[in-house]
Ligand binder design. Structure first.
Ligand SMILES: *C/C=C(C)/C=C/C=C(C)/C=C/C1=C(C)CCCC1(C)C
Length: 265
């Protein structure tokens, strides 16, 4: 969204500032957790964790840049918050999504360990739909008038609807074929993906429901930030737990928890 000239308040400024800073830390920590966690899972699941950590790593980098950009857009002069004239750059967020959204779908597919051809075809279909959704949303995000925002938002919702359909119909059949000890978890991961992804278009609509200027900017930035934490770091932890459980079930001799050694007599 174009940052309007009616200036945000000091409270709104620091809310967004802190949200960005917190999210950078969360994404960086999640990356370490996911990458180090690769040693806990069997080889077929290592790629899913590699990609989950890549998603949070890419997001950590972009939150650092978003944070810097926000920091530079405002300054305090004699105790009053003022715009510096350097525009806050929203493009970092969309570039981030363009990379991370297809990867998020791929990590979900990978942890299911489908056949090679099924993995490839689902990854392509969902990955392309995800990229289209982001590309088509961007012109609306940076538009000044609500009409243009609504138009691109609507067009972007078409690939979004397709992704939701695929998650519940196409992947639904694959979930039924998953081992019993993870079926529930994978369904939950899918549900949380759906719920957190559904949050983005709702946040996008803030300017349509009476919020404008500084309030809309604050809601949009904080809203997307919360959704990003759930959709990237939160889902990453789910992928990790699913991968650990499947490794234990499929390779019990290697990954099952060993009972504690009996104390020496
Ligand atoms: C890590 C980032 C994620 C999971 C981002 C997901 C973003 C969306 C699901 C965005 C969807 C949008 C629409 C469906 C219409 C309005 C424009 C968007 C791009 C906000």
């Amino acid at each position: 969204m174009e940052l309007t000239n009616d200036l945000i308040s000091a409270g709104q400024y620091s809310l967004v500032y802190n949200a960005f800073s917190f999210t950078f830390a969360t994404m960086a920590a999640a990356t370490l957790f996911l990458w180090l966690g690769r040693s806990q899972v069997a080889p077929p699941y290592k790629t899913a964790l590699l990609i989950s950590g890549l998603v949070t790593a890419i997001a950590a980098y972009h939150y650092l840049r978003i944070f810097e950009s926000w920091d530079k857009a405002y300054t305090y002069v004699d105790g009053n918050l003022e715009a510096t004239g350097l525009a806050f750059n929203d493009a970092y967020r969309y570039v981030d999504w363009l990379l991370t959204v297809p990867l998020l779908l791929i990590e979900l597919i990978l942890v299911m360990r489908l056949s090679q051809s099924e993995t490839a075809s689902k990854s392509w279909k969902l990955g392309i739909a995800a990229a289209l959704m982001i590309i088509l949303g961007y012109p609306g995000e940076i538009a000044d008038d609500n009409g243009t925002r609504a138009l691109w938002g609507f067009i972007s919702s078409i690939p979004f609807a397709y992704i939701v359909y695929e998650l519940f119909s196409g992947l639904g059949d694959s979930i039924k074929r998953q081992p019993e000890n993870v079926r529930g978890l994978i369904s939950k991961a899918r549900l949380i993906t759906f719920a957190s992804w559904g949050f983005y278009p709702i946040v996008y609509m803030a300017p349509f429901v009476g919020f404008d200027g500084a309030a809309a900017e604050t809601i949009v930035q904080v809203g997307y930030t919360i959704a990003d934490i759930v959709a990237k770091a939160g889902i990453g932890v789910f992928i990790y737990v699913i991968a650990v459980r499947k490794s234990r079930a499929e390779y019990p001799e290697l990954y099952a928890e060993k009972p504690a050694a009996a104390p020496a007599e």
